[in-house]
Design a protein around this ligand. Sequence first.
Ligand code: GTP
Ligand code: SPV
Ligand code: MN
Length: 586
Amino acid sequence: MSTTNQELNNWIEEVKELTQPDRIHWCDGSKEEYRRIVQEMLKSKQLYELNQETHPNCYLHRSDPNDVARTEHLTYVCTSKSETAGPNNNWMSPSEGHEKVDKLFAGCMKGRTMYVIPYCMGPVESPYSRCGVELTDSPYVAINMHIMTRMGNQALKRIESEKTFVKGLHSTGDLSIENRLIMHFPEELSIKSIGSGYGGNALLGKKCHALRIASYQAKTEGWLAEHMLILGLQSPEGETHYVAAAFPSQCGKTNLAMLIPPETYKGWKVWTVGDDIAWMHLGEDGRLFAINPEAGYFGVAPGTSEKTNPNALAMLQQDAIFTNVAVTEDNQPWWEGLDEGTPKTDWQGRPFDPSQGKAAQPNSRFTVSAKHCPSYSPEAENPKGVPISAIIFGGRRPSLIPLVYETKSWEHSVLVGASVASETTAAATGKVGVLRHDPMAMKPFCGYNFAEYWQHWLSFSSKSKNLPKVFHVNWFRQDEKGEFMWPGFGENIRVLEWIIGRVKGQAEAIPTPIGYLPARGAISTNGLDVSNETMDELCKVDEQGWIGEASKVRTYLETFGTQLPQELRDEQDKIIKVTPNKCPTH
Ligand code: GTP
Ligand code: SPV
Ligand code: MN
């Protein structure tokens, strides 16, 4: 096959010469093609069939044990000037980047099939969607892209008429960490990734294109590409407000996006638009409109249960790919926190032995089509996107940071986003549980200098008087025993209700130097086993703690030097000046 797009034909020829695949397979995106690749992978033991009675069309993939998460230290942004990438990215010049990575690509597809995957990020009919083509020697990537993106003929057609696309070259290489590089060339709209088959490193439409490359494009074109879920909260009166929320990896986006309200919230409903990425544009009325560029979920398995996320469990009953989970005696997928069944075989295919670690890899994942989610919003296919009433930032903070607070102004909102810090998780290699700065949950994903990114965020206040209200939440406060103080999951709707109440000018709040905190009783605890004392603790401002926090944030922000927008310093000065003795508690 070939295409009328000569640039694509030429690029494929170049890559063919460099990587020398035995065969080339153009993906058409059909169900039949998906089935065929699955059959081939079953034969070559790259996939295992799970129990087809309980989980029809569900398969398990076991990755290389060295390749289970994103590898941030091997991820680079290659721009002509190092300041463009900023201190928040690893940098190489484009020429050095190409040279280093092309050496690894030389001849790497010998004996393999190269899949040509045209894909569209976002509804094919949306003016906000963007296309790409991924060339990969991984059938696992091909079937995951089938689920995660709108791909094949429909995307190729758009590419042929639009004539522009992001070029993504991927190979699993030899899967060794020594020969792994994930390179981004935002000025060329291209990506080269080798040595990993793992999600964010290998499914190039996701973090590489839809965040790193897209954030760079969004900056020049005046929109936002963010690591955010999108949900619609429908009240019993039938009014729906859309909310976008940025939490770092493994900090609760998928769970919040699919929330099922508890018994006491009869008549409320959460609609899922997206669970990981939002592309937001200003509408004519000055509101931000968001589309979800993805078509599926690549979600965290551990912790997913009938209690925590029943919608996710329901969608995982069929047509899902599981990566690095354990299996039960009767071949059903299993992970820690599932709350039923017993693991027989661990994620590496060994008989499960607790002395060798967890049964499921802590970053084990499922891939499933968004359409299988019972709460999937029909508005997710709306080419215009959904209007955003509130933006939420958050992170994993065992202490200090309140359950929820509202910012005071757009400038303060950008400071609050830039100040996000969170404990590291298993989504990336490295130590887990270390507090690190993760502005807007974009530390691993912003394709250019954070200082310029904050400036870009700040610029929206002069373009619109109709921006969403902004909040910060923390589901992860712990007591002295290390237990979570807030029940989280479905109960998070109580916080969403307060947030929408604030948007509508109805919910009560107390002004403090850090922002507006919920007044006592403004967040309903009806039917909840959380004491008033705990609520007070969750919603208070610890002055000394905040002075220390502000000083750490300041030290971090100053690492961006003269490029740091002055507005962020000014906003922080305002907080520090008024903080001593001026934080009202309830
Ligand atoms: P990525 O896909 O890596 O971007 O993660 P995510 O932000 O979508 O996180 P996800 O919803 O998958 O949750 C990650 C982990 O946090 C899971 O083990 C969840 O069970 C747990 N979690 C999610 N929400 C809550 C919550 O409200 N409270 C508590 N205590 N844990 C939560
Ligand atoms: C994340 O790490 O934020 C994920 C998984 O959503 S990955 O696709 O690997 O980026
Ligand atoms: Mn994510």
